[in-house]
Design a protein around this ligand. Structure first.
Ligand SMILES: O=C(O)c1cc(=O)[nH]c(=O)n1[C@@H]1O[C@H](COP(=O)(O)O)[C@@H](O)[C@H]1O
Length: 232
């Protein structure tokens, strides 16, 4: 597979467990997402270990700071050789533009730069609490537009928003979505879920899947089943 759609969320609190899991799956069939917990525990060396095993890494640190600091942080991610890195769109246009500009120096080796719009954990009341009197979906649309105007490659969003975002922002604007569950697998704590095939059909580019793969008895088998479902 040349452009694997599945990004496995590596949420382990022991490095040895993460590495023995990773040795059971193929880098040709998926990418890996490393978030704040694993990065804070195990650091850049862990990311390099995954890359050396042949995996593309999405460094999910959701940077949000002054433009200069975020530009330097995404450059540090590019120095690590990651495939994708992200920032919070609510950091604003200048922050996003400066981050994108910093990555130009890496040419074709620059990671994809995407933005988080509204976290799926945020309700209308939560938005009101931070001074935003809007439905979450309206705020998602507004921040996704700002992300595109700032020159970024796409956004993290819920699969429920994918159709609206693709229609308004075009096919090239990448959508990365968690809350994906293969048919028949447990929803865990995800509220609004879609199957991998449903998500691809509404325009999602990359599917973030964690527990259905990381907790599986045979993770490569689940991965094979998901990948097969996408082309059927
Ligand atoms: O940014 C994220 O990765 C993320 C955003 C969000 O709104 N919801 C969400 O579930 N995630 C992450 O996506 C992954 C989903 O994992 P599973 O629920 O195990 O498939 C976890 O690493 C979550 O932290």
């Amino acid at each position: 597979m040349t452009d694997p759609k599945v990004v496995v969320a590596l949420d382990f609190n022991k490095q040895a467990d993460a590495l023995s899991f990773v040795d059971r799956i193929q880098p040709t069939d998926c990418r890996l997402k490393v978030g704040k917990e694993m990065f804070t525990h195990f650091g850049p060396e862990f990311v390099k270990t995954l890359s050396n095993k042949g995996f593309d890494v999405f460094l999910d640190l959701k940077f949000h700071d002054i433009p200069n600091t975020v530009a330097k942080a995404v450059s540090a991610a590019a120095d690590l050789g990651v495939w994708m890195v992200n920032v919070h769109a609510s950091g604003g246009q200048k922050m996003m533009e400066q981050a994108k500009h910093a990555l130009q120096a890496y040419g074709n080796d620059a990671p994809l730069l995407i933005a988080v719009t509204v976290l799926t954990s945020m309700s209308r009341e939560d938005l009101q609490g931070i001074g935003i009197d809007m439905e979450p979906q309206e705020q998602v649309m507004r921040l996704a537009r700002l992300t595109q105007q700032s020159g970024l490659d796409g956004v993290v969003c819920s699969a429920m928003e994918a159709e609206m975002l693709k229609q308004s922002l075009g096919q090239d604007f990448k959508l990365v979505t968690p809350g994906i569950r293969p048919a028949g697998s447990a929803a865990d704590d995800q509220k609004r879920i879609m199957t991998p095939k449903q998500a691809i059909d509404v325009g999602v580019d990359y599917l973030v899947v964690g527990r259905p793969i990381t907790k599986a008895e045979d993770p490569q088998l689940v991965l094979n089943q998901i990948n097969a479902s996408l082309i059927s």
